[in-house]
Ligand binder design. Sequence first.
Ligand SMILES: *[C@@H]1O[C@H](CO)[C@@H](O)[C@H](O)[C@H]1NC(C)=O
Ligand SMILES: *[C@@H]1O[C@H](CO)[C@@H](O)[C@H](O)[C@H]1NC(C)=O
Ligand SMILES: *[C@@H]1O[C@H](CO)[C@@H](O)[C@H](O)[C@H]1NC(C)=O
Length: 384
Amino acid sequence: MELHAFSFGALALLLATAAFPILALAAAATPFANADAAMGIDSTCTKPYVRKEWRRLKLDERKSYIGAVKCMMAKPGVAPLDAVTNRFEDFLATHIVQAFVSHFVGIFYPYHRFLLARYEEELWDCGWSRDLGQPFWDWTLDVEHDDDLINSPVFDVDTGFGGNGGWVGGNFTHPAPGMHPQLTHPAPCPLHLPRSSNPPQDVPDRTGGGCLQNGPFADLSTFLGPQNNTEKKGRNCLRRDLAPVSLRAMSGPDRVAEAMALPDYGRWERVTDGASLHPGGHWGPGGLYGTMTDLFASPGDPVFWLHHSNLDRAWWSWQTRDPARIYDISGPLVFFDYDNKEAGNLTLDGIVWNGLGDFRKETTVERLMHIQRGELCYTYDELY
Ligand SMILES: *[C@@H]1O[C@H](CO)[C@@H](O)[C@H](O)[C@H]1NC(C)=O
Ligand SMILES: *[C@@H]1O[C@H](CO)[C@@H](O)[C@H](O)[C@H]1NC(C)=O
Ligand SMILES: *[C@@H]1O[C@H](CO)[C@@H](O)[C@H](O)[C@H]1NC(C)=O
C-alpha cells in the first residue's frame, strides 16, 4: 500500500463554498438508560470526571493543563524506538506505527477513545486535576468568521496552544523548497464519489505553514515524523498552517448536525472519519504543511488531543441520541475496506490496543463503547 494514497479527507474543497447557516445545535440528548445493563458490563464508575471545552476552563486551569503536557515532555519515554525521547512522544510513536490499523477502519473511534483515556492518565500523573479530563476543542465555536480561528482561546499565545506558523508559499503540486505537503493526492474517497472526482488536495485558504511562532510550544520539535518516519534523523518543528475555510466546511455546525442524523455506526464512521468532522479538525490547524494534517504524526501537535476529545464527544453525542446506538459497531477490519472485499466488519469482541513495548495495553471494543462502563469513567460538560 503506498503512502500517497492516504489523506485525511476528500471533500473539503467541494464543501468549502457552502453557505454557512448559523444552526442551533440540538439540545444535548438525555443519556439513554438500559443499553449497558443489557450488555451485562459491570461498572465501578460512580463519579465520572468531566471533560470541558477549553474556553470553559478557568485561566489557571488552562495553564495547569499546559504545564502537565510539558511535564509529559520532560519524562523519559518507554517506546523501544531511538527517536522517542519522552512520554509525550510515546503517544506520537504509537499513533505513527498504528496509523494504518486505526484510521479508515471500524476501530477508528474506539481506538482513539482508548488512546485519549491513556493520555489522560499521564496528564494526571503530571499534576492535571483528576476531576477534569482531557479538555476538548469545539470547532463549531470558531468558524463563524474567518478570523475566529486565529482568535480562538484554543490558539491563544498565553493561555492556549499558540497561533500560526509563519507564511510559507507553494501549493500541493509546487511546494516550497524543502517542504512536504501533508495532504496527499488522490485522497481515498470516503463517500460515494468516484475517486477521480476528488478535488486536488490543495488548501487555498491556508495562512501559515512555518514553524509555530509563539505560545508555550513554540520551540517544540521531534525526531518522529513527518509521515511514518520513526528513525532518529533530523528534528522537525511543530508547524501550523491555519485554514479557517476548511475548518468551517468540514467541522462547522451544519456538518455536525448532518453527522448526528447518520443512521448507523458504519455510516457515522465512514463519513465523519474520512470526509467531515475528523479531517476538518486536522486541516483547520494543519492546512497544507502543518503537523495536524499529517495522518501519522499529528499527535505531535498538543492540539491533537483537544480535537480528538471533541471528536469523541461528537461520537458520544451521536451514541446517546438513541439507545440502540450505544453498542452499535461495524466498519472495516482492513484499511479502507468499506466494501468488505478483504475482510468483514468489526465486532464488539474486537481487540483494541495501543502503546509500544512496555507501554502497550489492550482491551476490547465492547469495553470502550460506553464512557462510564468498562475501561471508562468520564462525561462531557455539554453534548452536541
Ligand atoms: C513508510 O512509508 C514508506 C513510503 O510509502 C514505505 O516504503 C515504508 O515501508 C513505510 N515504513 C513503515 C515503517 O511503515
Ligand atoms: C501551484 O503553484 C504553481 C506554481 O506557482 C502554479 O503554476 C499552479 O497553478 C498552482 N496550482 C494551483 C492549484 O493553484
Ligand atoms: C458491515 O456493516 C455494514 C453496516 O455498517 C453493513 O451494511 C454490511 O452489510 C456489513 N458487511 C458484512 C460483510 O457483514
